[in-house]
Design a protein around this ligand. Sequence first.
Ligand code: GNR
Ligand code: NI
Length: 168
Amino acid sequence: MTRLPILHYPDTRLTTVAKPVAMVDERIKTLVAQMLMTMYEEEGVGLAATQVDVHEQVVVIDISDGGDQPLVLINPQLLWASDERQQSKEGCLSVPQIYDSVSRAAQVKVRALDLNGLPRDIEADGLLAACIQHEMDHLAGKVFIEYLSPLKRNRYKIKAAKLQRVGV
Ligand code: GNR
Ligand code: NI
């Protein structure tokens, strides 16, 4: 099973807006399997197709301790987000070695297709809510450091450029 290479910020391909998946077929199932493998190997709790240079609306998430509860979201749509906010410490496989606190909706409701192409509604809070919003941002071409203050963001841009130069 192939592990996919992950794009690193500030790669401009990370700003691509993903298209909806037209049909959940073998091609999408293979992509999901490869994305799950990649996420587990990189020890992330989520991965969006954008990060592996596929610009279709596919997300995988697993926030379980055992890494045995994969969640697949195809064409996710935000149905509702709470006014209540939560701060959580985020990292991103596309922004190595940078971790910071991000404010997001504390609860969300999302509708997405599963691997069988069937619509499912998901209610999430805590880490899962943060993760779903983080991954949906990737599909919209956004990375989490865009939420930080301009000062921090600039500091991180410089750090990311240095890491890229040394090949991280
Ligand atoms: O591994 C990851 N951890 C994480 C922590 C808090 C909120 C979101 C995430 S997602 C991230 C993996 C990743 O880059 N997904 O796009
Ligand atoms: Ni990310």
